[in-house]
Ligand binder design. Structure first.
Ligand code: HXC
Length: 512
C-alpha cells in the first residue's frame, strides 16, 4: 500500500523532471543550450536545491498538452552557502512560454524570497506570453512586474538571458538589478525580426536586434556578457559575493586577503605628465582594491565612466570612476544614466561608494543637448545627493565645472574628499578659461597663440590645483598618490557607523 504511494510520487517526479520530453531536450542541446535542470545544477551548491510547485500544470480550461511544472522550475537553494531563490524557464515545455500557472509559480516564489529576504535569480529562455492562454498570460506578467517592483531595493534581483527572451520576458529582467546575457544564445527584444520586417520593412538579424553584444554596448540593457553558460553561472556567483542578502544586511566580509596599509609608489606614474594624454583609470582601480580584483559592471556600455565592485580591507565597495581613455572621461547621457543607476543600487544595499575623478566636464554638443543631457546628466547629481551610504571621493586629475560637482563633490554630501597634488579643480580648463576671460587681450596680442599658452600656464599654476579647494575645506586632505589605498580604507572604517537621514517622503521624483 505504502509502496504504491511512494511509486506514484517517483513516477510523477520523473514525469516532471523530463520536462518537454526527450526529443525537446535533444533539440535544446542541439541548439548548444543546457536544460533548465542542468542550469540549476550548475548554479546551486550540490544537494541544496528544493523545487517547489513541481506538479503544477496549466488549468483545464487552457488548451494543449499538460506538462508538470508548466514551463518554469522554481525553488530555493544555496550559492556559496547563502540562501537564494531561483526561477528557471524550461524552453522544452511550450518554449518556456508563460501561462497563467507558470506566472503564479514565479509570483509565489518572489513573495517567499521577499518574506525571508534572500536574492532572487531568474534564468530566462522563453517565448514570452503563452499565446494559447491569452489574457491569463498577460495577467501573469503584470503580476511579475508588480513583484519585481516590490522586490526592488529590498532583495537583489539578478537575471540571466540564456535563450530567447521575447515580449513580456524582457520587461521583467529590465526591472531587476543586473542582467547577464550569454553571447550568441541570449536574445532580448520586445518585437522580433519578423515584426520589424513587416512593420518597418527593415531586415535585422536576431543577434543584431537583441543579442548580447547589442545590449551590452548599445542599449545598456545587459550589465554583463558571458561567453557561455558556465561563465554566466560563475558571473552570478561572483556578483552575489559582493552584495548582501537584502537591504537590511551588510555585504559579506572577506577579511585578511590584502594589506590595508599597502602603499603603491608607482601609482602616480599611471597618470601622464601631460594632462591631455590618455590613460587607463582601471589601472588605478586595480592598484587600490584588495588583490587587484575588480568586477566591472556595464564594461562595454558608456565606457567613459567605469562602475563596478571591489573590496577594500575585505568590505565591498562600489567604485565610480571617469575613464580618461574614452571621450577623455567626459560625462554624457549614457554615462550619467549608467553611474546613477549603479549608485542607487549601492545605496539601496549598504555598499559604500568610492569615486575617482578625472573629467574635463559634461560633453558639449547639439546631439547631447537635443537628446536630453540636462535631464539625464542631472540624474547623476540626484543619485549622489540621495545616497546616504558612506561616500569617499578622490580627485586624481581634472575636475572641471558641473562634472566636478557631479562626481561626488563635498556639496553632494560626500563624507571624505581626497585629492592628489595633480588634481585640477576649476570652473573651466585653462585653455577654455583663457579664451573667455582674456578675449580682449588675445585679440590685441600680436602673437595670440603664444599669449594664450603663457596665460594658460599662469592659470594652471594659479587655479588648476587642489589647494584652493583645500584652503576652503572642500577637499579634506591632499594625499600622496601612493597612499591612496590606506587613506580610502581609513575613511571607510571611520564611516562604518555613519547615520544620515533625509526628510520623510513617499519617494523622491528622480528626473527619469
Ligand atoms: C506558446 C510558444 C511560444 C509562445 C514559442 N512557443 N513561443 N508557445 N506561446 N509565446 C513554442 C513553439 O510553438 C514551439 O512549440 C516551441 O515553443 C519552440 O519554439 P520554436 O519557434 O520552435 O523555437 P525557436 O525556433 O528557437 O524560436 C524561439 C522563439 C519563437 C524566437 C521564441 O518561438 C518565437 O518567436 N516565439 C513567439 C514570440 C512571441 O511573439 N511571444 C509573444 C510575445 S507577446 P512546438 O510544440 O512546435 O515545439 C508578450 C506579451 C507580454 O509576451 C507583454 C507584456 C508587457
Amino acid at each position: 500500500m505504502h509502496e504504491e504511494k511512494i511509486k506514484r510520487l517517483y513516477d510523477l517526479k520523473r514525469a516532471s523532471e523530463s520536462g518537454g520530453g526527450e526529443e525537446k531536450i535533444a533539440a535544446q542541446h542541439a541548439k548548444g543550450k543546457l536544460t533548465a535542470r542542468e542550469r540549476i545544477d550548475l548554479l546551486m551548491d550540490p544537494m541544496t536545491f528544493v523545487e517547489i510547485d513541481k506538479y503544477v500544470t496549466h488549468r483545464g480550461e487552457s488548451e494543449g498538452q499538460k506538462y508538470h511544472g508548466d514551463g518554469v522550475i522554481t525553488g530555493f537553494g544555496r550559492i556559496g552557502g547563502r540562501l537564494v531563490f531561483a526561477y528557471v524557464y524550461d524552453f522544452t515545455i511550450l518554449g518556456g512560454s508563460l501561462g497563467e500557472m507558470a506566472g503564479r509559480k514565479v509570483v509565489k516564489l518572489m513573495e517567499q524570497a521577499l518574506k525571508v529576504g534572500a536574492p532572487l535569480i531568474g534564468i530566462i529562455d522563453s517565448g514570452g506570453a503563452r499565446i494559447q492562454e491569452g489574457v491569463l498570460s498577460l495577467d501573469g506578467y503584470g503580476d511579475i512586474f508588480y513583484h519585481n517592483t516590490l522586490a526592488s531595493g529590498s532583495i537583489p534581483q539578478i537575471t540571466a538571458s540564456i535563450g530567447p527572451c521575447a515580449g513580456g520576458a524582457v520587461y521583467s529582467p529590465a526591472m531587476t538589478d543586473f542582467v547577464i546575457m550569454v553571447e550568441n544564445v541570449g536574445q532580448m527584444f520586445v518585437t522580433g525580426p519578423e515584426v520589424v520586417k513587416e512593420v518597418l520593412s527593415q531586415d535585422v538579424s536576431f543577434e543584431e536586434l537583441g543579442g548580447a553584444r547589442t545590449h551590452a554596448s548599445k542599449s545598456g540593457v545587459a550589465h554583463f556578457i558571458a561567453k557561455n553558460e558556465f561563465e554566466c553561472m560563475d558571473e552570478i556567483k561572483k556578483l552575489l559575493s559582493y552584495i548582501p542578502q537584502n537591504n537590511t544586511e551588510e555585504p559579506p566580509l572577506v577579511e585578511g586577503i590584502d594589506d590595508p596599509n599597502r602603499i603603491e609608489p608607482n601609482l602616480i606614474n599611471i597618470l601622464p605628465e601631460n594632462p591631455y594624454q590618455q590613460y587607463d583609470m582601471k589601472k588605478i582601480i586595480s592598484s587600490i582594491v584588495d588583490t587587484g580584483e575588480f568586477l566591472e559592471v556595464h564594461e562595454l556600455f558608456a565606457e567613459n565612466i567605469i562602475v563596478g565592485f571591489g573590496r577594500m580591507n575585505g568590505r565591498s565597495v562600489g567604485i565610480v570612476a571617469n575613464q580618461p581613455s574614452y571621450l577623455a572621461g567626459a560625462l554624457d547621457i549614457n554615462s550619467s544614466n549608467k553611474a546613477a543607476r549603479f549608485i542607487r543600487f549601492c545605496d539601496a544595499y549598504n555598499i559604500p561608494i568610492v569615486t575617482l575623478v578625472d573629467t574635463p566636464g559634461y560633453l558639449p554638443g547639439a546631439d547631447q543637448e537635443h537628446n536630453g543631457i540636462i535631464r539625464h546628466g542631472s540624474k547623476l547629481l540626484y543619485a549622489y545627493c540621495e545616497a546616504t551610504v558612506p561616500k569617499i571621493t578622490c580627485i586624481v586629475g581634472k575636475a572641471y565645472g558641473g562634472a566636478y560637482i557631479a562626481m561626488g563633490s563635498k556639496n553632494l554630501r560626500s563624507d571624505i574628499n581626497y585629492a592628489w597634488p595633480t588634481a585640477e579643480i576649476a570652473v573651466l580648463g585653462p585653455e577654455a578659461a583663457i579664451t573667455i576671460i582674456h578675449r580682449k587681450d588675445l585679440k590685441q596680442s600680436p602673437d595670440a597663440s603664444a599669449t594664450k599658452k603663457k596665460l594658460a600656464k599662469e592659470f594652471r599654476n594659479k587655479f588648476a590645483n587642489p589647494y584652493i579647494a583645500a584652503e576652503k575645506g572642500i577637499i579634506d586632505v591632499v594625499i600622496d598618490p601612493m597612499e591612496t589605498r590606506p587613506f580610502i580604507i581609513r575613511a571607510l572604517e571611520s564611516l562604518i557607523n555613519k547615520r544620515e537621514t533625509r526628510p520623510p517622503k513617499k519617494h523622491g521624483n528622480i528626473n527619469l
